[in-house]
Design a protein around this ligand. Structure first.
Ligand code: PEP
Ligand code: MG
Length: 898
């Protein structure tokens, strides 16, 4: 017989797959002797069975009944006992934290009979308050009654009694509210509120299982790359009450600041309230330090428990606790979510404190986080108008149009800031779509703050100066009124809200990479610099940059690139040089072509001198021209009103050279073979630039790369011509000639191609496009979002390498290429070269280097170091580490739009 239920005393923190994160950690706290209310966990396996079969697994009810008796014994109360009833909380808790996405029901076990027993011990007001909470939570969770119906009834009662907040409602008011709630329940279900506590419990457990599959939970999992088939565990625990008057309360605590990583005790406390009130952000909380004043003993016990947990988990922990009548209860702990900055700072601190080693520290940060730290901040030199200050909940600088509704935010085009009084899980689509989130209520642990931090979205919450009117689609802040569509800016690092769009300045981390800030200039820069330096000592993969100008090359070098893996020469044909390309296309006869090429030669040579100088001593892989030449001509629309002779000639050329599928047309090596002298001119420019650099005392290391090769004979022809040209140039060192592997046929015939290539570089953009048969310029805007929704992809194959398909082609080409030419140097220069998950694949595929845009170079360095760490030796409990183990690292946001 399978076991579907575990007592808290029978599990531990390593049983997350079965007990979920919350259940495993409750078990661990119980083992550590911390004051956890007694309870049990129904396993994720039971959930999976239920979701697959539609019925609870056989024996589950009996197992729960057995464990329930243990709780009754420990608490010395009976479930359903009219004299002194035991009440239960039922909470979801999957393998990975999904804050607020699934269901919780409190106070299970209250009925028309037991409410009197509760009143006898806790007072009338308290008992009726619990009962009305149960009916609304059960009603919405189990029966799907809209929560707004209960909220409206409560708001109407507040208005009628002319009170501002719930604690001002008297016992009789709440008794009346229970009757109203029961009517709402009957109107929706056709039956009365269930009066059998066991039936309440059984139905709630199944409803929590079902909540795994709600739309919002699925959306969250997709955004966070959490697999859909894990299911949730359900934690059933004896109720303890924070809403039992002034000696009671509830709070959230962090063992370090989750925003900055600073050491200390952080959190929020809300007297006379239940846990959901804190997370919902609907009442303003006190800073946790206030608890020391209100209840010194409990505060000290809590800080001792925090020490125990940090010591045990060897990481930042967050904790939910409740104080009932002066007694502390620990309701939950986990390795806490944190901002990217805090992740780096805490990892370095823990190394200094001797808690973890550098390997472990490197496992606890990732390239996605480093990418976030490289985002710019607001430039305040223009003294922008500050309209409010709130809690800096999730760092970053975001400008966008204010939108007051999540659905409209999700549908908007262009950057938006989602503005709400507070958010709840239904706001997720808008939060995902928004650049930034702004709320007028709630602290660092409100729903908005927790979810935004998890997603890396900029967030300011609890900006109490804002009077948000979602119906009127506006907010007021003092004398300023901001309407939907007006531009605002939110600074999630300082909590400040500004009117209008603000310019931005580089992040301190970028300034450090640029050499403007030294490593000692603060805990964040110091931690990043230290962990990156350590990654550099571990990594086997080289990291180069995709750069076409001397300026980009110099930046890439400052960011740690060991050369250029892709210099796209077509970028050198833009601007004023376009006219020369036009002449090339219009040229009649070889002589005219040669004349244009002669004019292009010195310009190209000067470009190459600049790039080689910026990367002196390091390899510079120069790719000969790749795109179809007609891309340099004006568009057909521009020319339709052609009047001059030249315009008419251009129009004719545009018509003549038009291709239905230009990406599969006359480009790359095909162009080089079709237009005599074009590649030769570029090769000459490279050779002569190299000779100039040698004469100037430099150490140029150019390499020539041929794009779009599909057959070795194409490469052989170009190679022969290039060697002829180079042989005529004195003073230049030998220049290696290699090819991109970006046409599937090239990968399949890599053994042949290696005979003519001194190096390979995978062009994974084209390789993905051609292997899938997807137009890379079109799919992102057409069916890709639908494919992501349908689960065909977890991430775009243009972002993260498709291991099963493209990955196999790469592995095959690496093997056959190196079999044919031992020691063949192999890199990658498609967009995937800077994508964290893909970097791990390239490490595993035994490539020599990755090449990516300059801003992604530090990300690739960090991930290449992480990929080289021993696998399966993880000892820490960090959220990031766990996720990596299961689904691979997530891809980094594009940050190269500088
Ligand atoms: C590629 O195809 O991956 C590549 C780097 O070349 P481009 O993006 O310029 O086609
Ligand atoms: Mg390409």
């Amino acid at each position: 017989m399978r076991t579907y239920v575990y007592d808290f005393a029978d599990g531990d923190k390593d049983m997350k797959d079965l007990l979920g994160g919350k259940g495993a950690n409750l078990a661990e706290m119980t083992r550590l002797g911390l004051p956890v209310p007694p309870g049990f966990t129904v396993t994720t396996e039971a959930c999976r069975c239920y979701l697959a079969e539609g019925v609870a697994p056989a024996g589950l009810d009996e197992e729960m009944a057995t464990h329930l008796r243990r709780i009754e014994k420990t608490m010395n109360r009976g479930f359903g006992d009219p004299g002194d009833p035991l009440l239960l909380s039922v909470r979801s808790g999957g393998r990975f934290s999904m804050p607020g996405m699934m269901e919780t029901v409190l106070d299970i076990g209250l009925t028309d009979v037991t409410v009197a027993g509760l009143a006898a011990h806790g007072g009338e007001r308290f008992a009726w308050d619990c009962y009305r909470r149960l009916i609304s939570m059960y009603g919405s969770t189990v029966e799907g009654i809209p929560g707004s119906e209960f909220e409206s009834a409560l708001a109407a009662l507040r208005r009628e009694r002319e009170v501002a907040c719930d604690p001002e409602l008297a016992a009789d008011d709440l008794r009346e509210l229970v009757d109203t709630y029961k009517e709402i329940f009957r109107a929706h279900t056709g039956t009365g509120f269930p009066q059998d506590p066991v039936e309440q419990l059984g139905n709630t457990v199944l409803a929590v299982f079902r909540s795994w599959n709600t739309e919002r939970a699925r959306l969250y999992r997709r955004a966070e790359h959490i697999p859909d088939d894990l299911g949730t565990a359900v934690n059933v625990m004896a109720m303890v009450y924070g809403n039992r008057g002034t000696g009671s309360g509830t709070g959230v605590a962090f063992t370090r600041d989750p925003a900055t990583g600073a050491r200390g005790v952080y959190g929020d406390y809300l007297p006379d309230a239940q846990g959901e009130d804190v997370v919902a952000g609907i009442r303003d909380t006190l800073p946790l330090q206030e608890l020391a004043r209100l209840d010194r003993r409990c505060f000290e016990e809590l800080t001792r428990a925090m020490d125990v947990l940090e010591h045990r988990y060897r990481d930042l922990c967050d904790i939910e606790f409740t104080i009932e009548g002066g007694r502390l209860w620990m309701l939950q702990t986990r390795v806490g979510k944190r901002t990217a900055a805090a992740a780096f700072v805490i990892a370095a601190q823990l190394v200094d404190e001797g808690v973890i080693d550098l390997d472990e520290a490197l496992r606890r940060v990732d390239g996605v986080q480093l990418g976030r730290l490289m985002f710019p901040r607001f430039d305040l030199s223009g003294s922008p108008e500050q309209i409010a200050v709130g809690v800096p909940a999730s760092p970053g600088a975001a400008s966008g149009r204010a939108v007051f509704d999540s659905r409209r935010a999700a549908e908007a085009t262009g950057p938006v800031i989602l503005v709400r009084r507070e958010t709840n899980p239904d706001d997720l689509p808008g939060m995902l779509a928004a650049r930034g989130i702004l709320t007028s209520r709630g602290g660092k642990t409100s729903h908005a703050a927790v979810v935004a931090r998890g997603m890396g979205r900029t967030c300011v919450c609890g900006a109490g100066d804002l009077d948000v009117d979602p119906q009127g689609r506006l907010f007021r802040a003092g004398s300023v009124t901001v309407r939907e569509g007006d531009m605002i800016s939110v600074d999630g690092t300082t909590g400040t809200v500004y009117l209008g769009e603000l310019p931005v300045t580089p992040s301190p981390v970028v300034r450090h990479f640029e050499g403007d800030l030294d490593a000692g200039s603060g805990p964040l820069v110091s931690a990043v610099s230290r962990l990156l330096a350590y990654a550099d000592t571990l990594r086997r993969l080289g990291v180069q940059a995709n750069a076409d100008t001397a300026e980009d090359a110099a930046r890439a070098r400052r960011f740690g690139a060991a050369g250029i893996g892709l210099c796209r020469t077509e970028h050198m044909f833009l601007g004023p040089r376009r006219a020369l390309v036009e002449r090339l296309i219009l040229a009649e006869g070889e002589q005219e072509i040669q004349a244009v090429l002669e004019e292009l030669l010195p310009l190209q040579r000067a470009d190459f001198v600049g790039v080689l100088a910026a990367m002196d001593g390091l390899p510079v892989t120069i790719r000969l021209i790749d795109p179809p030449l007609h891309e340099f001509l004006p568009s057909l629309e521009e020319l339709l009103g052609a009047v001059t002779g030249r315009e008419r000639a251009l129009l004719a050329a545009v018509r003549r050279t038009h291709e239905s599928n230009p990406m599969l047309g006359l480009r790359g090596v095909r162009l080089g073979l079709a237009i005599p002298g074009l590649f030769a001119m570029q090769v000459r420019a490279i050779g002569e630039a190299c000779a100039i650099r040698v004469r100037d005392g430099g150490t140029p290391r150019p390499e020539i790369m041929i794009p779009l090769v599909g057959d070795v004979r194409e490469l052989a022809l170009v190679r022969a011509e290039a060697e002829r040209v180079l042989a005529g140039i004195g003073d230049a060192p030998p220049i290696p000639i290699g090819t991109m592997i970006e046409v599937p046929r090239a990968a399949l015939t890599a053994g042949d191609i290696a005979g003519q290539a001194e190096f390979f570089s995978f062009g994974t953009n084209d390789l993905t496009q051609m292997t899938w048969g997807f137009s890379r310029d079109d799919v992102e805007a057409s069916f890709l979002p639908q494919y992501l929704r349908l689960g065909v992809f977890e991430t775009s194959p243009f972002e993260t390498i498709d291991r099963r398909g493209i990955g196999r082609l790469i592995e095959l080409a690496v093997k056959e290429g190196r079999d044919a030419r031992p020691g063949l140097r192999i890199g990658v220069c498609g967009e995937h070269g800077g994508d964290p998950a893909s970097v791990w694949f390239f490490h595993d595929a035994d490539l020599d280097y990755v090449s990516c845009s300059p801003y992604r170079v530090p990300v690739a360095r960090l991930e290449a170091g992480r990929a080289a760490l021993p696998r399966g030796a993880e000892t820490g409990g960090s959220v990031g580490t766990e996720r990596c183990a299961l689904v691979g690292v997530t891809s980094v946001d594009r940050i190269d739009a500088s």
